[in-house]
Design a protein around this ligand. Structure first.
Ligand SMILES: Cc1cc2nc3c(=O)[nH]c(=O)nc-3n(C[C@H](O)[C@H](O)[C@H](O)COP(=O)(O)OP(=O)(O)OC[C@H]3O[C@@H](n4cnc5c(N)ncnc54)[C@H](O)[C@@H]3O)c2cc1C
Length: 395
């Protein structure tokens, strides 16, 4: 056997798992990481929130304890100070550099550049084909994912595409409040989309530097919308674009199959690790990677199912129902959520970690009518009694 493990794809999930394997108490850690990155507008920043140590702690470049939400041009922003959580950001390039160095420093471990053509499971090993080369390992972790080949049963589940387009911008003068993340800014009239179908997100990296991101549920002319937002909504006269990121994430509550073959375990987006109602994946990827390594240590195989909590899967489905069929209600719902609950409670809810008492308080704070409607529609959909909306068909 060439290696104990092969990780296909050195994106977020591949690097997270590689780091945990290298740091684990596994006796045989011979690891090959194959990196086929070819996107020059790839991920730049990765944000998450936490109230506990994370495998990414040493890489966090910025953290904040104040979050705000801007409903519309007329309404006041809702601002909340976090108690035990911190909103945190790291740069993908730092993660890449750190984990590659860590892997390469281990005896028997390597990082290889190349596009994987095929992964097959054969008896007690799996084989990976890269160009003319073939590598064998006890287990392969595969993070390859293609949105166009994802099939969702849209009679029973939602399928939305979350489009991101972000710029890191610099201004000559102090412009941004470096202490406050603008998590949702629904002042998006100029994008041509309904309020709620799109929002801006502003992450201040200093008083003159910020990531400004447009998130939409349909394709729009994002550069033009970002420019308009910076000039007309934020009132910036001068700015320079330092870096760009762009991508599309699938949002669906349909479960993903994680074991395509006996010796292969999918990871990352390919294993359904994007939280369907938010688009965040980092914490869920870390949780899944830790479970995989723990299973390897305890049972000698990586075949654990990602944790799925039925109530939260239901809540994700209801939220997707709102995003898809009633997006106009979303800004007010988020506003109410953040106004009537401590932000720590909202973040713990989004991470599926709320205790029952706090969960009931949070549910009681939500407007009743749109949720009742969305719940009923969700039930009809799960029973297969509702037609898929046209924009939910897979491409
Ligand atoms: C623009 C953008 C911003 C995001 N920001 C956040 C955020 O702030 N916080 C958060 O929690 N989530 C965020 N997400 C969601 C999610 O965390 C990311 O998409 C994350 O990159 C998913 O990790 P992954 O490992 O599944 O996929 P990727 O990071 O895309 O990794 C897959 C890797 O596989 C490689 N690969 C593909 N095919 C092959 C092949 N044939 N051979 C070899 N290698 C191959 C790719 O080059 C890539 O490096 C964001 C998503 C996007 C699109």
């Amino acid at each position: 056997m060439d290696f104990a493990f092969i990780v296909v794809g050195a994106g977020l999930s591949g690097l997270c798992l590689a780091r945990l394997i290298v740091r684990s108490e596994l006796a045989d850690k011979r690891l090959l990481v194959i990196d086929g990155a070819e996107d020059d507008e790839a991920l730049r920043t990765l944000s998450f929130w936490s109230d506990a140590p994370s495998v990414f702690d040493d890489l966090v470049r910025h953290e904040w304890s104040t979050l705000s939400l801007q409903g519309d041009a007329a309404g006041e922003a809702v601002t909340q100070t976090l108690g035990r959580h911190r909103y945190r950001t790291l740069f993908f390039a730092d993660l890449q550099r750190a984990v590659r160095a860590e892997v390469q420093a281990q005896p028997g471990c390597q990082v290889l550049a190349g596009r994987v053509r095929e992964v097959t499971s054969q008896g007690d090993c799996a084989e990976v084909e890269v160009g003319e080369q073939r590598f064998r390992a006890r287990y392969v972790f595969d993070s390859r994912f293609s949105l166009s080949s994802l099939t969702v049963d849209t009679r029973r589940f939602h399928f939305l595409r979350q489009h991101f387009c972000g710029w890191i911008v610099q201004t000559p003068e102090p412009t941004f409040d470096p202490l406050r993340v603008l998590l949702f800014d629904f002042r998006t009239g100029h994008t041509g989309l309904a309020a709620g179908e799109s929002f801006f997100y502003l992450l201040p990296l200093s008083d003159r530097r910020a990531l400004v991101e447009l998130v939409t549920l349909s394709a729009v002319d994002a550069p033009q919308a970002l420019e308009h937002y910076l000039r007309e909504v934020l009132g910036l006269r001068e700015y320079a674009i330092e870096a760009r990121e762009r991508g599309i994430s699938p949002l669906t509550e349909q479960p993903f199959s994680v074991q395509p073959a006996p010796r292969v375990r999918r990871i990352g987006i390919a294993a359904g690790r994007i939280k369907p109602s938010t688009g965040y994946a980092l914490s869920r990827i870390e949780e899944d990677s830790r479970a995989i390594v723990q299973s390897l240590v305890q049972h000698g195989h990586p075949h654990v199912q990602p944790r799925r909590r039925p109530f939260y899967a239901f809540a994700d489905g209801v939220m997707l129902e709102l995003w898809q069929n009633n997006p106009g209600r979303v800004p007010a719902i988020f506003r109410q959520l953040f106004r009537k609950n401590p932000a720590d409670r909202v973040l713990a809810f989004l991470d599926e970690r709320l205790r029952l008492g706090s969960l009931l308080l949070l549910i009681a704070s939500l407007p009743f009518a749109p949720f009742l409607c969305a719940c009923l529609t969700w039930i009809l959909r799960r029973l297969g009694l509702r037609r898929p909306a046209p924009n939910t068909e897979p491409t």
